[in-house]
Design a protein around this ligand. Sequence first.
Ligand code: TYM
Length: 330
Amino acid sequence: MRVVSGIQPTGNLHLGNYLGAIVNWVKMQDEGECLFFLADLHAISMPHDPATLRAGTREMAAALIASGVDPDKATLFNQARVPAHAELQWLLNGTARMGWLNRMTQFKDKSGKNREGASIALFAYPVLQAADVLLYNATHVPVGDDQKQHLELARDIAEKFNNDTGTETFVLPEPFIGTDAARIMSLRDGSSKMSKSDPSDMSRINLADDADLIAKKIKKAKTDAEPLPDSMDDLAGRPEARNLVTIYAALEGRAPADVLQDYAGQGFGQFKPALADLTVSKLAPISERFNALKNDDAAIDAILAKGAQKAAQTGARILASAYEALGLLR
Ligand code: TYM
């Protein structure tokens, strides 16, 4: 089992990233060979400030380590330090089809009405993501639900490349999407996902938020006036209520249906304070470790540089076989 996954170092690590992906990273680092990276090359697909990206990359690395990613168990690095990602992307650009990329919902969402003004990097983003996982012959890619389409594209690219070149250069990666917490929603709107780019900070819980702020965000979270039912089916049509139950269950590592057994018949006046206490108790140790680490740039750079060296070695063989398969002399 070879596990590969990444996160963009833009904005804060929030509860959606943590429950949807990072919790699985931490579990998987004890089960197989893992490579986890900061997708800094992806981050330049949108207008950005270099100093913010530099600081954000180190900060996200600190947040991952604080969340339990252990650089002694998993290879942790930033993409920019491993040029093979960008190299392989270029090789795959010959395989990826315009029509495939045109169908990607992320490009449609992020370019909005300004498609002509979007960067080529935003359009080609999923090809770089395919390179990220194919470079290491990843078997498992733990992600939240929103990355499913990108990983299906990575499989299509791998398959077409193998067919076109008559080789078995790439292994087809499997997305590994957890069941319950794969899509944590905004606290303000149960129909949109919790996201780093939501302009309202009240929509998400950041791993670095302090206890008071967490309690305030949960208190103000949008809900309804109905009490909680005793089955998840009865939460259909109540996306905000469903989301809070999902968060509670994921934080405790239980099934949402079990949580409803404890709270059936109670209203949000009772459930929200319980959720706030639980969230604070789970996040406090992470935020403490994060605060202790986040200003130690030298230590973080050393970890990322060491991880990059290891990743480059791991990816070298497949990169070489991709050049070879295409008939490129080097
Ligand atoms: P990113 O940075 O948006 O998110 C990192 C991880 O968090 C998951 N996630 C969520 N899960 C549940 N609920 C949410 N509200 C939520 N929001 C985010 C994402 O699904 C992801 O797993 N393109 C990727 C980064 C990337 C990558 C890769 C991932 C680059 N290369 C290769 C896997 C493999 C992204 O922008 O994730």
